[in-house]
Ligand binder design. Structure first.
Ligand code: COA
Length: 155
């Protein structure tokens, strides 16, 4: 089940987003306050931009297990995802990415959607390539100087 983040997701999200396994290919570890702000900024973005990062939940229980969605960055609309490790390797990452990307392509007003991943993050790169993003080149992002940058042209 994929829907918008809510204020009461903050605590669970902060536990997910500070999980060391999830941070393996992401810079730093967010503080609880930073994770809370991530949820607040997502909620603001739904109204401000019409899109945001979305909550991915277990259908039966409603338990939050991660996120997939869009974020307005200085380079444009970014597409990203992250989930609790116990849900990896079962096809969820691609299935959610496909569904959320198709949803966004219906209404996001931009020329491109961008996706960034470290080359060593094989599962993430595989998802991006299966979604038919085109490789643009390597860019510097925070502590990393070899981040793969991809773009998908919005028809
Ligand atoms: C990246 C992430 C979202 C992938 O989610 P997932 O549910 O494991 O992905 P899927 O099961 O849908 O697999 C997607 C593809 O990657 C492959 N894959 C998955 N895990 C892999 C691994 N450890 N090594 C190599 N390939 C892997 C799958 O086989 C599949 O490719 P295929 O269709 O050719 O078989 C998940 O690992 C995650 O949340 N990671 C932590 C956060 C993160 O790194 N986010 C991305 C930042 S750019």
């Amino acid at each position: 089940m994929i829907n918008q983040f809510r204020e009461n997701d903050k605590m669970t999200w902060s536990l997910i987003d500070s999980n060391p396994a999830i941070r393996k290919y992401l810079p730093g570890t967010p503080s609880k306050q930073e994770s809370f702000e991530y949820i607040e900024e997502s909620i603001i973005s739904y109204n401000l931009n019409g899109f945001g990062r979305y909550a991915v939940r277990i259908r039966d229980s409603g338990k939050l297990i991660g996120m997939c969605g869009f974020l307005l960055e200085e380079y444009g609309v970014d597409f990203g995802y992250r989930y609790l490790p116990e849900h990896w390797g079962k096809g969820l990452g691609f299935e959610a990415a496909r569904a959320v990307l198709d949803f966004g392509l219906e209404f996001i007003e931009a020329d491109n959607i961008f996706a960034l991943a470290l080359a060593t993050n094989v599962a993430s790169v595989r998802i991006i390539e299966k979604l038919n993003f085109s490789f643009l080149g390597k860019v510097n992002v925070g502590p990393y100087n070899d981040v793969l940058k991809y773009a998908l042209k919005i028809p």
